[in-house]
Write a protein that binds this ligand. Structure first.
Ligand code: SF4
Length: 355
C-alpha cells in the first residue's frame, strides 16, 4: 500500500468540513486559522460534561442539584457576545439538565460506556473520535447515541442520513466486537430520542469510500470553495465568494492570476456595473454588446481582487465556469440574492450517496 501523506488522523469534523466545503477545510486544518468561538459549542460542551458525570456516577448518586452545580462549575464561557446572551444560554442549559435528570431517573438503564474514545483504520487511514454513549439493546446488539443540544428538531430521516452516527457505528462494532442495531440522537431540548436502524454493509462500504475519496483529494491539495448551507463560515475574509462583501472588504489575500487588465474600478463603480448588468439580463438583453462589456469589467475586477463573487448590496454576481455542448469551458456570471443563491453555483453536500 502506498504511504499516505495524511499523517494526522481523520475525524468526523474534518471529514464533514471537507465534504461541506474543501476550502473551509484548508483554512481550518491546513492553514490552521483559528475558528471564531461559538456560544452554541460552549453551551453543548458544558451540558455534555454534566450528562457524562450523571452516567459515570449513576442516578442514585447524582441529584439534579448536583448536576446543576457541576454545570455551573464547569461552565464554558467562550464565545458569548455579552453577559446577557450568556445568561440566556445558561438558563436554557439548566433547564435541559433538570429535564434530563427527571426523565432519566424514571427508568434508568445504564449505558455500556460513555464518552467512548476510538481509534480505527479505514483503508489504512487513521480515524479517531469519541462516541457520547453506547448501550446494549435487548436483542444483544448495540445502540450508538449522540446528544444534541441544538434547537432544530430531529427526524428519523435526519438520523438515518447522519454521517457521524454511521462512523460511530463502525467504530463501536470494531471496539466492542458486536453489531450495532440502532443509531440514536437524543434531542435534549425536546426530550426526544429519535432512532434509525444501523447502516447496512452497503451503506458502510459507501461511507468508507466517501472518506477515502475525501482523503485522496486532501492529499492531492484539492481545496475548491463550495457554497453550502454553512456559508459564510468562519473565514469570509479569506473566501473568494465573500471577501468582497461590505464588512469583509479590504482583506484581499492576493491575486489568483497576474495576466489581467487592471480595471482600477472602485467598489462603488463595480456595484453600478453589477446593477446595470442585472437590469440588462432582466430585460432579456443578456447577449448584447453592452452585456459583454460589463462582463469583461466584472471578470477583470474579480481577478484583480481575487474574488469569485461581487456584492452589490444584497445582490450578487458569481463567477461561474460553464460548459459548451462541445465540451469547451467558458466563464459567465450568475445573478443571485444573498441567502438565495438561485442560478449561482450552489453545491450542497449530499450524504445520500452513502447512507
Ligand atoms: S464561506 Fe462558504 S464557500 Fe467560502 S470557505 Fe466558507 S464554506 Fe467555503
Amino acid at each position: 500500500m502506498p504511504e499516505r501523506k495524511v499523517k494526522r488522523p481523520m475525524s468526523y469534523s474534518k471529514f464533514w468540513t471537507y465534504s461541506d466545503c474543501p476550502l473551509q477545510y484548508k483554512f481550518a486544518y491546513v492553514d490552521k486559522i483559528p475558528e471564531a468561538p461559538r456560544p452554541e459549542y460552549s453551551f453543548g460542551r458544558s451540558i455534555h460534561r454534566a450528562i457524562e458525570q450523571f452516567h459515570r456516577r449513576g442516578p442514585g448518586k447524582t441529584t439534579a442539584e448536583e448536576m446543576l452545580r457541576l454545570l455551573d462549575r464547569s461552565w464554558d464561557t467562550e464565545g458569548f457576545l455579552n453577559p446577557e446572551v450568556e445568561r440566556k444560554f445558561k438558563r436554557a442549559a439548566r433547564e435541559i439538565v433538570r429535564q434530563f435528570h427527571a426523565d432519566e431517573t424514571k427508568a434508568y438503564r445504564p449505558p455500556l460506556a460513555v464518552e467512548v474514545k476510538f481509534d480505527m483504520e479505514i483503508d489504512g487511514i487513521p480515524f479517531t473520535g469519541r462516541i457520547d454513549a453506547v448501550s446494549k439493546l435487548e436483542d444483544g446488539t448495540l445502540e450508538v447515541l449522540d446528544y444534541k443540544s441544538s434547537e432544530e428538531p430531529i427526524t428519523e430521516d435526519d438520523v438515518s442520513k447522519n454521517v457521524q452516527l454511521g462512523i460511530y457505528q463502525m467504530a463501536a462494532e470494531e471496539k466492542f466486537g458486536q453489531k450495532v442495531g440502532r443509531r440514536t440522537i437524543y434531542h435534549l431540548r425536546s426530550r426526544k430520542k429519535v432512532s434509525a436502524p444501523a447502516l447496512t454493509d452497503e451503506g458502510k462500504a459507501g461511507l468508507r469510500r466517501a472518506i477515502v475519496t475525501a482523503v485522496r483529494c486532501i492529499e492531492a491539495g484539492e481545496f475548491p470553495p463550495r457554497l453550502s448551507e454553512s456559508c459564510p463560515c468562519d473565514y469570509p475574509n479569506y473566501c473568494p465568494y465573500f471577501k468582497d462583501k461590505d464588512e469583509h472588504r479590504g482583506q484581499s489575500q492576493g491575486h489568483l492570476v497576474d495576466d489581467y487588465e487592471r480595471t482600477g474600478l472602485s467598489h462603488k463603480d463595480i456595484e453600478d456595473v453589477v446593477v446595470q448588468y442585472a437590469a440588462l439580463l432582466e430585460g432579456g438583453k443578456g447577449n448584447s454588446l453592452l452585456a459583454s462589456e460589463l462582463e469583461a469589467k466584472m471578470l477583470s475586477y474579480c481577478q484583480e481582487h481575487d474574488v469569485l463573487r461581487i456584492w452589490a448590496g444584497e445582490m450578487t454576481v458569481t463567477l461561474v465556469r460553464a460548459l459548451e455542448p462541445s465540451g469547451e469551458s467558458y466563464v459567465t456570471f450568475a445573478i443571485g440574492k444573498a441567502g438565495k443563491e438561485e442560478g449561482a453555483t450552489v453545491v450542497k453536500a449530499s450524504q445520500d450517496d452513502y447512507v
